[in-house]
Design a protein around this ligand. Structure first.
Ligand code: URA
Length: 238
């Protein structure tokens, strides 16, 4: 692959910006500065930008999903989260797990199917953490107990145990819920079983990796290897 293309994909920057950093001797290929953007580079080469290794083939992004977009690669009616990435970075990328149109927060975008499967498989027990705003007060003890056991959401859809904490009390309480699977409208359906309506929903973490507070809604960033490892080092795993 051409070096400027590889740096553009790996660092999440445009081809033009990639050419600039390459010409500025900031890119090393297997430890050697290569200053020609059009140079060819093997997929297995170690490429660094300012000393930071770049993912060559596989790419991973953290996106702060705004309201009103759907988690799909294409949709005939609604804008998709993929449209938030520049066109040159979109090829082969898909969201690893869906959030509803009216849910905001952390979406992982990748072109790595095996990685996405590992994140999403209930067997891997990668927690998905949500900040949930509700329409009415509730008994924390009662819900903690109910959510910590398998629960029938209807139609034989049985949840696996989840963890609930209260973040803020009052008439419109805010709770934190960690679930280890991704059933259709799962969080809303879990609270609805107890007559509660979710009025706002944000995914704040996937596994041990929290949504970067510096990412405004609609913004995204490439993930480092260290951040990817954090997805699977979830301190809150039961
Ligand atoms: N649960 C929901 O109900 N909606 C989401 O978007 C994610 C989890």
């Amino acid at each position: 692959m051409r070096l400027d293309k590889l740096v553009s994909h790996g660092a999440g920057i445009s081809r033009k910006q990639a050419a600039q950093v390459i010409r500025g001797s900031r890119v090393l290929v297997n430890g050697e500065a290569v200053t020609r953007p059009e140079a060819h580079c093997g997929e297995d080469a170690l490429v660094t930008l300012d000393g930071r290794p770049l993912a060559t083939g596989k790419r991973y992004y953290m996106l702060n999903k705004p309201l009103g977009m759907v988690c799909a690669t294409r949709d005939s009616k609604e804008p998709t989260v993929l449209e938030l990435l520049p066109a040159h970075l979109r090829r082969g990328i898909f969201p690893a797990g869906r959030l509803d149109k009216d849910t905001v927060g952390f979406v992982l975008l990748t072109n790595d199917g095996a990685f996405a499967h590992r994140v999403l498989s209930p067997k891997q027990r990668v927690g998905k953490t949500y900040r949930v705003t509700l329409n009415a007060a509730f008994s924390l003890e009662m819900l903690q107990l109910a959510f910590s056991q398998p629960m029938d959401l209807g139609g034989g859809d049985i949840t696996s145990p989840a963890r609930l904490h209260l973040l803020q009390g009052g008439n419109t309480p805010v709770a934190q819920l960690v679930i280890y699977e991704g059933r259709f409208h799962q969080v809303k359906r879990m609270f609805s079983r107890f007559g509660l309506t979710v009025t706002a929903l944000e995914r704040t973490a996937i596994g041990g990796l929290a949504l970067d507070p510096d990412l405004a809604p609609g913004q995204w960033k490439p993930l480092t290897q260290e951040e990817l490892d954090m997805v699977f080092s979830d301190a809150s795993k039961p």
